[in-house]
Design a protein around this ligand. Structure first.
Ligand SMILES: O=C(O)CCC(=O)C(=O)O
Length: 296
């Protein structure tokens, strides 16, 4: 993000905080409620016409079925989205990133490796894959409007039986509507280390996003969890507003890269700072791609 834009966002946040904290408690609650309600009614609302345009241009076989499943359930897996050649390239790049990742004792204790968003600028391959047309088509159809990149990173889970904590327990991400794409670089079996989510729970609107951990018995009462499982090369897309969790167990090592997308212009939950792309990829972007990575 350029410094000017960053200052603008920080000032905007400061202004909002000053405004909100100068109000009496009841007015403050009403102010926050109205802002969230605006996001619910306008910001998150999909446009049918936009969805139609995306569906017409998409070249992904079975696009409509995947897109409708995603909209209805809040999650979908597209098997073998990437072929063997792309998968092999991704695996080599992922191994390089793992081998050069800074030590992290907390992650090591959990038998995992997290490639941070800040390393996105080091990877031309994952910077490029962000613009995979069919991947973006599914995400844009889901949102029903243009989207922007809100986060990215990689994760390796080694086999490990862990206590519930962090992502390894039921939660939503506290951002409301947000589509996250996982690229599987290893096979992810149903009973392996898959992400679980409750279909339909993406439609719950959390006015208060300050508490995002969920109680297991309440989550399981709401529905049977689905699994983001598939063979290497598949992608899973789910809305992180769903009740979801990572399942850590002694299933095979799981390697994934992820991208998260929201639409521009929320007023009650800020976008995350935009991840910086690899400079070689930035040079090649067209207008639409620059908009997605918020380069104006
Ligand atoms: O890595 C996973 O399986 C799930 C991670 C998670 O909770 C998330 O993406 O918000």
């Amino acid at each position: 993000m350029n410094a000017h834009k960053e200052t603008e966002i920080t000032m905007d946040m400061k202004l909002k905080n000053i405004m909100s904290s100068s109000l009496p408690p009841i007015a403050r609650r009403a102010y926050h409620y109205l802002r969230a309600e605006y996001d619910r009614q306008f910001y998150e609302r999909p446009s049918t016409a936009y969805r139609r345009r995306i569906a017409e241009r998409s070249e992904l076989p079975g696009f409509q079925v995947y897109a409708e499943t995603l909209c209805a359930n809040g999650g979908v897996v597209v098997p073998n989205f990437f072929g063997p050649k792309r998968l092999a390239e991704m695996r080599v790049e992922f191994e390089r990133l793992v081998a050069t990742n800074p030590p992290n004792r907390e992650a090591e204790a959990e038998r995992s490796v997290h490639i941070a968003t800040s390393r996105f600028s080091e990877t031309a391959l994952f910077s490029k894959l962000l613009f995979e047309p069919s991947l973006l088509d599914l995400v844009q159809y889901y949102w029903g409007k243009p989207v922007v990149l809100n986060g990215t990173g990689g994760t390796r889970y080694e086999p490990a039986e862990l206590e519930d904590s962090g992502s390894n327990q039921w939660h939503h991400d506290g951002k409301r509507k947000q589509a996250r794409v996982f690229i599987f670089m290893s096979d992810v079996p149903e009973d392996g280390q898959c992400t679980k989510y409750v279909p339909g729970s993406h439609l719950t609107y959390h006015y208060d996003v300050s508490h995002s951990r969920l109680k297991q018995d309440e989550v399981l009462r709401a529905g049977k969890p689905a699994c983001c499982a598939g063979s290497a090369g598949s992608i899973a897309i789910f809305d992180t507003n769903c009740a979801h969790r990572a399942d850590r167990n002694t299933g095979p090592r799981r390697d994934t890269w992820n991208y998260s997308f929201r639409a521009p212009g929320p007023i009650s939950t800020d976008l995350s700072p935009v991840p910086t792309l690899h400079p070689d990829v930035t040079k090649t972007l067209n207008k639409e791609q620059r908009r997605i990575v918020r380069i104006v």
